[in-house]
Design a binder for this molecule. Structure first.
Ligand code: FEO
Length: 171
């Protein structure tokens, strides 16, 4: 059993994850449009990951006898500038998500809600990986600078990313 306050907070994070999916789907469309097919693949995989994150919150709420409630999702931007700028925006968004997860964890600890704390642990680890991936790509794009050949090389690397469904979360 989880508190009403925790239920509302988890529902909000379900919405945040759906917005993340929406944001990366829009980024995938944009990069596809400007000819960066590898980046379009990378953001499409990220979209799939975010949908899997959203479903973890959905499943957890329902497994706790609560009702996962869907709300309106804000429209993401449709234009994003350079690939470097896109990854800087991505990192900023992931830092926001990390803060949201940390706030949820703090609430779980405060409420002595150990089931939710264990559930959230997976996301704490996941956020380290997400921010790390973005930082690595930003570093590479800064090294490449204004070189079109370098940009195409990074884009080709991004074409290799594949979606691996995450393992079930303990709950
Ligand atoms: Fe679901 Fe990118 O954090």
């Amino acid at each position: 059993m989880i508190s009403k306050k925790m239920t509302q907070a988890l529902n909000q994070q379900l919405n945040n994850e759906l917005y993340s999916a929406y944001l990366y789907l829009s980024m995938s469309s944009f990069t596809n449009h400007i000819g960066l097919k590898g980046a379009a693949n990378w953001f499409m995989v990220q979209y799939q990951e975010e949908m899997a994150h959203a479903m973890k919150f959905y499943d957890y709420l329902n497994s706790q006898g609560e009702h996962a409630q869907l709300t309106a999702i804000a429209a993401p931007p449709v234009e994003f500038g350079t690939l470097l700028s896109m990854f800087e925006q991505t990192l900023k968004h992931e830092q926001f998500i990390t803060k949201c997860i940390n706030d949820l964890m703090e609430l779980a600890v405060k409420e002595k809600d150990h089931a939710t704390r264990i559930f959230l642990q997976w996301f704490v680890t996941e956020q380290i990986e997400e921010e790390g991936n973005d930082n690595d790509i930003i570093t590479r794009l800064k090294l490449v600078g204004d070189s079109p050949q370098g940009l195409l090389m990074v884009d080709a690397e991004m074409a290799a990313r594949v979606f691996t469904p995450p393992a079930a979360t303990a709950a």
